[in-house]
Structures are given as C-alpha cells and as structure tokens.
Design a protein around this ligand. Structure first.
Ligand code: DLZ
Ligand code: SF4
Length: 506
C-alpha cells in the first residue's frame, strides 16, 4: 500500500520508525506550518534551527532517491492541511504513517486524521526513546511514588550502561553528590562548538526575520548545527573537551560563562539530530578508556536514560490533566523582565540574557534561578510553562511541562519532586559568583538592598504552610521559621509583600 509518511520538525532522524521499510512509491512529507510555529512565541533560534534542519534533512532524503513533498512556510496553516495538500498532490497514496509525536496537543489532531481523510493512519512507537510508553506505565503501575532514581536503576540494568554484571560501576548508582562543586571564579568555560550559516540557513534567517520579527532573540548570532553530521561533531567536542569537568561543575554558575561545561546537545537530541544510544555509548566509552571520571559519565548518562526518559513517560502517563495542575495556586503575572532580562538581580539577568542570546540556559539556571524565583513569587504556572516552551531551543511539551510544572513549580503537588526546589539567595551564592556582582546584598533579608530571594523564600513557606508543612523534607525549614520572633517574621513578610507588589522594579 503506497503511503504518505509524515515527519515532524522534531523527528529529524534517519532511523525514525516511520522511515523504515520505505517503498519506492512512498512519499515523505515535511511542512513548515503556522500553527506549529505560533502555538507559543518561539525564540527565533528555535524556528531557524527547526526550519533549517528540516530543509537539510529533506535534501538528504531527496539525494538518497526518496520522494519528498516539502511545504515551505506560508503555504499551509497546520499539519492537517499539509497532509491534505500532500494527498491531493499524490492521489495514489492509500495510507498515512507517522511516528508518535511529542505533544499531546498535536497528537490529538493526528488522531482525527483517519476519520478526516478516510484513510488508515498508522501511528508508530517513537523508538528514539529507550523506554517504550507501555514499559513506563508497567513500571509506574501500582507505585505510590514515581521517583526518578528507581526508574533510572531499571534503565541502567536494561541498557547495561555503566554496569558490571548486575552491579553499578564503582559500587554506587548515583554520583549526584559529586556533581555539585562550586566553580573557582577564575575558571574558564569551554564553550560548545559553533557553526556558521550556509545558504539554506541564511534563507531561513531571512524568513524568520520577516515573519517573526518580534519573537525573542536575534537572527545574526544563530550558530547551532542543523545537520546530524554537525550535531555529532558538536557532541564529540563535548565528550573530548567539556565532559571531563562536566561532572564536578554540573550545578555551578559563573558570571558571563553561560555554558560552563554543558553540552547544549539537548537542542540536537530533542529534534532528532542526535541519537540517545549513540551519545550514551560515546560517554561510556570515554569513561572506560580513562578519559573522563565516573561522576562525569554517570552524571551525563543519568540525565539521558534516567531523567529524560522519566519525564517523557510521566508526561504521557499524566496528560491531559497534568497541564492544568496548580497545587500551590500560583497565578501572579509574569514580570516583563522574563522577556527582556533587564533586572538588577544579577542571577536572573544572567539566566535570562543567556536565554535571549542563545535560546539556551543550563539546568541550574532553569531550575534554581528563573524557576525558583517563579516558585517563590507564585508566578502563574501557565504563563511560566508557556515561557519555557517558547524560549528554549530544546523545548517541546513532553520535556518542558514535567520539568517546569512538576519539578520547578511543584504544581503537581509532589508527583515528581519529594519537596519544592525552593531556595534563598544563600544557595545561589554558594553555587555561583553572581552575588558578588549584584546590586542586592545576599546576606540581607530585609531593607532596601536585601536580596529578593530571601524574604520571598520565607513568604513562600509561610503562605503555603497548609500544603507543605507536613512534608518531612521541609521540617527543618519550618522549624527555622517558627523559631524566629514574631517581630522578625512580620518584618520579613512585609518586605516580601512589598517585593511582590513591585516585582517589575526589581
Ligand atoms: C516547534 C516547531 C516549529 C516551530 N515549527 C514546526 C513546523 O513548522 N513543522 C513541524 O513539523 N514541526 C514544527 N515544530 C515542532 C513541532 O511543534 C513538534 O513536532 C510537536 O510539537 C511535537 O513535539
Ligand atoms: Fe541573585 Fe540575590 Fe545573589 Fe543578587 S544577591 S545574585 S538577587 S541571589
């Protein structure tokens, strides 16, 4: 049966399940469509990356002799219209095939296709993930708590990565405690590999400038890889140059060094330019050859086969209800500095300016700076999750929603995290040198120059006492709060209230 194979913008892998068993009469559809480009106000780099990578991917398929129907931006509004146009152009096609997509929203649309087109529609498993969704639900079934650590151990056993028979390499499953060193201030980051734009990317840059002029970011400094070949080069640069120090400094932050030793390869992995098994094997091989320490190799592999697979499993298990959860009833308007980065809080300015410049910031910026601030200030869950989905080049809802709504904002009431990742300025001061370069004083909780994170931290605990006080992991924090004399508590709460009213002025 001749088939139309629909490949989405984040499915750019030659080994994609829908691209196996191709027949000469089959047609492959790729489409730049308005709905996907506009459902949030994506960063310019994210759109350039995907459109350019899609065009490069289509060119390779054509070179290999396949029949490709490519719709450039401006021709159709959504994926359904793109399929319709392809079927009209190729009336001999009798079936539609697609690999399961990464977002509930679009999968709902795809699920209508069979009825809409009166054709069989086959949705294949996305085997670019190691854990199938049915395997994940089997793991989750009957469990009271779905903690990543136990899932991760199963994945280590399943893949055999960093295993010696049935025991973890080095005797411990998790070297997280060895991933939290602060960086000496004079340490220099090793930046990821960058790439210059070819003709295809230049054309896409013009397109983005024309159609998305007000979206975050500039087109001129776009320097991501847009082909699998270049993405693999970027990853090997990480393994050889950055990975040896990645383990120690995974959670560290230094002024004007937004990458430190991070790979940024989530950008490539999540749109299909890199393969998770290939990446993990390269990292494991670097460890076995003695080139990188165990805490670095384990820390990286944990993010891929543990964390990444776990959030994807949770997403599909808990959608659609998950997207509307708001356990702490956080509804405050997102301050404008999330979009322009102009704030006197150095930590926020650093995290947001790297986001604006590169459509990227690393996990501690996202969790402990912009996420933590939103948690403490009770910013709207919906507005914040939309922000993360828009501004990061690696963000699709399957990965963004659990990480933001669950992990950073505790809006799922503890499905993902055993306690909220709420922290005062002291944590940021320990993990970075930002506070030394800040308008605010990290040691102060009240007073005009006090670090806003401090009073907001106590306000957060106080206002959410009903939902959080019974959590054993917060017992010490609540004990510290209750130990303060009432006058101190009142002064701190008043300071926080004032801060919350004047968020835009921070
Ligand atoms: C993010 C994105 C953008 C900006 N544009 C397109 C597009 O024009 N065509 C397309 O196929 N995919 C695009 N994507 C990625 C999709 O939004 C993504 O496939 C779904 O959200 C599922 O993860
Ligand atoms: Fe951030 Fe507070 Fe440190 Fe300033 S003092 S950088 S606001 S934590």
């Amino acid at each position: 049966m001749p088939k139309l194979i629909v490949v989405l913008g984040d499915q750019l892998s030659p080994a994609l399940s829908s691209l196996q068993h191709l027949q000469p009469e089959d047609v492959i559809l790729l489409a730049e469509v308005a709905e996907e480009a506009c459902y949030v106000k994506h960063h310019k780099h994210k759109i350039i990356l995907l459109f350019s990578a899609m065009r490069h991917f289509a060119a390779v398929l054509k070179q290999q002799g396949m029949s490709v129907y490519y719709l450039q931006y401006g021709n159709v509004n959504n994926m359904t219209s793109a399929v319709s146009a392809a079927l009209q152009q190729h009336p001999s096609l009798e079936q539609v095939v697609i690999t399961q997509c990464g977002e509930y929203r679009l999968q709902q649309e795809i699920d209508q296709w069979s009825q809409h087109f009166s054709l069989p529609v086959q949705v294949l498993d996305d085997d670019r993930f190691i854990c199938t969704l049915s395997r994940f639900s089997q793991w989750a079934s009957g469990k009271k708590q779905l903690r990543m650590e136990y899932f991760y151990r199963e994945m280590r056993r399943y893949t055999g990565l960093l295993m010696q028979n049935d025991q973890p390499e080095g005797g411990k499953w998790n070297y997280d405690a060895d991933n939290r060193k602060a960086c000496p201030s004079d340490m220099q980051q090793i930046a990821p590999l960058t790439f210059s734009a070819d003709d295809i990317t230049e054309q896409v840059k013009m397109l983005v400038l024309k159609h998305f002029p007000d979206n975050m970011g500039e087109v001129d400094n776009f320097c991501y890889a847009v082909t699998g070949k270049d993405a693999r080069l970027a990853f090997m640069h990480f393994v050889e140059q950055q990975l040896p120090r990645f383990g120690d400094y995974q959670d560290a932050m230094l002024l004007d060094q937004p990458f430190l030793f991070h790979s940024i390869c989530s950008v490539y992995l999540n749109c299909g330019l890199l393969d998770v098994r290939w990446m993990c094997n390269k990292v494991a091989a670097a460890y076995h050859s003695g080139a990188v320490p165990l805490n670095a190799a384990e820390g990286f592999i944990r993010q891929l086969i543990g964390w990444r697979e776990y959030v994807r499993g949770l997403y599909w298990l808990l959608m659609p209800g998950y997207a509307t959860e708001n356990y702490l009833q956080a509804t405050r308007e997102l301050p404008a500095f999330y979009w322009h980065g102009k704030t006197r809080m150095r930590c926020m300015q650093q995290a947001i300016s790297s986001t604006i410049e590169h459509a990227y910031s690393h996990h501690i910026h996202r969790l402990m700076i912009t996420g933590n601030f939103a948690l403490l200030a009770g910013l709207s869950v919906k507005q914040l999750t939309d922000w993360y989905l828009a501004v990061y080049a690696d963000a699709y809802e399957w990965v963004e929603l659990p990480n933001t709504l669950g992990m950073a904002l505790f809006a799922d009431g503890g499905v993902m995290a055993s306690k909220p990742y709420a922290a005062s300025g002291a944590y940021i001061n320990r993990m970075s040198n930002y506070c030394q370069h800040c308008h605010y004083k990290v040691k102060d909780t009240t007073g005009d120059a006090a670090c806003p994170f401090n009073a907001l931290y106590w306000h957060f605990l106080h206002r959410n006492e009903q939902q959080l006080a019974a959590n054993p992991r917060l017992a010490l924090a609540y004990a510290n709060w209750r130990r303060r004399i009432e006058a101190d508590q009142n002064a701190i709460l008043a300071k926080a209230e004032h801060t919350l009213i004047h968020l835009e002025q921070l």
